[in-house]
Design a protein around this ligand. Structure first.
Ligand code: IPM
Ligand code: MG
Length: 357
């Protein structure tokens, strides 16, 4: 295959981990005889510093043109007083919306060799293998009206949580389809006892479920789900939820995988005329300003995101599996970064994955 990849290293450790992920991508492409062209553009804090915008028009054009986009992380201190549109995070929300990537897939998988990296008891987390399917373009993140009005001490802030039937339907379908390829169980997470968006959510998920009688559906309130994720992680297969609940639950679930430095993610949109699915791939972790530029960050979430890209955008399952095996080899060797109890650098871990490939 021949494909165009746009790389958006972004801020902080995003730059370091993306470099390793691209290195791995090049090795895989060479080994399996794919032709790749990689371009790079600005997103987030670095983009504000260089262009005044967190999501410059040039980045937008390149992202829409690319077959897939790999992102590092966004987030730089110093923009706290600005409105969201002018903060690094606004760039990420902008690109998600521009690309129309409504389904954020966050696999939470515990590699056997990382059993001791989780703070939870071994027998509780062993065998954890779930997929969080987070709706990415709706809810509180984008709802209007929003904003802070009035002056001190009388300010008033508003955010709007809004969902349409169409938005819930398409993400629910995605979750049921993915469950069919796994253990055929969907846990839909909502706050149906309080929030109207959640009442519609549950109603629509039940309607969509009628087309998937072979998949088991359970509903869980988000507060009790937060508890069950830690006390019974093995009972989850596909977790389907709205934007903000998914943001929170996926950070919580990362503890099950040993480190947030292990979690890749894939944000998927529509299928393009050439058959490729629109996709934005990024590690779940953020820019981690405290360890940025120190060659300490775990690159495996970014490397896993390349694996997800090969699988979800291009359907290259064998190539994706090869990356997972190489990661497993490196994890078994114990040559890992500090978050997993090791002493290796970002570059050393990247090199080790390439060597294992
Ligand atoms: C994530 C991040 C983002 C989000 C932030 C950086 C805007 O926390 O991808 O989970 O909330 O979606
Ligand atoms: Mg988050």
């Amino acid at each position: 295959m021949k494909f165009n990849i746009l790389s958006l290293p972004g801020d902080g450790i995003g730059v370091e981990v993306t470099r390793e992920a691209i290195k791995v991508l090049n090795v895989v492409a060479g080994r399996y005889k794919h032709e790749i062209e990689i371009r790079e553009a600005l997103l987030g804090g670095i983009a504000i510093q260089k262009t005044g915008q967190p999501f410059p028009d040039e980045t937008k054009a390149l992202a829409l043109e690319a077959d897939a986009v790999l992102m590092g992380a966004v987030g730089l201190p110093g923009f706290e007083k600005e409105p969201l549109e002018k903060r690094p995070e606004g760039g990420l929300l902008g690109i998600r919306r521009a690309m129309g990537v409504y389904a954020n897939l966050r696999p939470v998988f515990l590699f056997e060799s990382l059993l001791d990296s989780s703070p939870l008891k071994n027998d509780l987390v062993r065998g954890t293998d779930m997929l969080i399917v987070r709706e990415l373009l709706g809810g509180l993140y984008y709802g209007q009206p929003k904003g802070i009005e009035g002056e001190y001490p009388n300010e008033r802030a508003v955010n709007t949580m809004v969902y349409t039937r169409m938005e819930i339907e398409r993400i629910a379908k995605m979750a049921f389809e993915l469950a069919r390829r796994r253990r055929k169980k969907v846990t839909s997470v909502d706050k149906e006892n309080v929030i109207d968006c959640s009442r519609l959510w549950r109603r629509v998920v039940m309607d969509v479920h009628k087309d998937y009688p072979d998949v088991e559906l359970q509903h869980q309130l988000v507060d009790s789900c937060a508890m069950l994720l830690i006390t019974k992680p093995k009972s989850f297969d596909v977790v389907l939820t709205e934007n903000m609940f998914g943001d929170i639950l996926s950070d919580e679930a990362s503890v099950l995988a040993g480190s947030i430095g292990m979690l890749p993610s894939a944000s998927i949109g529509a299928q393009k005329p050439n058959g490729v699915f629109t996709g934005l791939y990024e590690p779940v972790h953020g820019s981690a300003p405290d360890i940025a530029g120190q060659n300490k960050a775990n690159p495996l979430a970014a490397i896993g995101s390349v694996g997800a890209m090969l699988e979800y955008s291009f359907g290259l399952k064998e190539e994706s599996a090869a990356i997972t095996r190489a990661m497993e080899t490196v994890l078994k060797s114990g040559d890992v970064t500090a978050d997993l109890g090791g002493t290796k650098t970002t570059v050393e871990v990247g090199d080790a994955v390439c060597a294992a490939l």
